[in-house]
Design a protein around this ligand. Structure first.
Ligand code: SF4
Ligand code: SF4
Length: 112
């Protein structure tokens, strides 16, 4: 199980959540942030900090946001534009820094 970042973060991305994640598993894409499900310890701290209510526990995702579960996973499991290999579970966003890329799903979303 994991927490998932959804549509309300796209083009907002003020990163309050990432600063408080105890395992540093919230990674910065170009237009949004992504939670690494393999690294998330389900503490819920990020959800409380998100002013736009973009973060949901996997089981609580509204139907309209459910696609973001697979999309957050795709950010780590598929090869992003400009990279040679999937990110996988890199062990903390401090080590990767901003990735400067998004999944095709997020890239295709209209600007907010
Ligand atoms: S706190 Fe919410 S809006 Fe801000 S970066 Fe995190 S998920 Fe996105
Ligand atoms: S639920 Fe906790 S561990 Fe998971 S992303 Fe949010 S703050 Fe990080």
């Amino acid at each position: 199980m994991t927490y998932v970042i959804t549509s309300a973060c796209v083009d907002v991305k003020h990163k309050a959540c990432a600063a408080e994640c105890p395992v540093d598993c919230i990674y910065e894409g170009d237009r949004t942030m992504y939670i690494n499900a393999e690294e998330c310890v389900d503490c819920g701290a990020c959800r409380l900090l998100c002013e736009v209510d973009a973060i949901f526990y996997e089981d609580d995702l509204p139907d309209s946001e459910r696609a973001f579960l697979a999309d957050n996973a795709a950010f780590f499991g598929e090869v992003l534009p400009g990279r040679q290999a999937p990110l996988g579970a890199p062990g903390g966003a401090a080590g990767t820094g901003p990735l400067g890329a998004d999944t095709p799903f997020v890239t295709a979303l209209p600007r907010q």
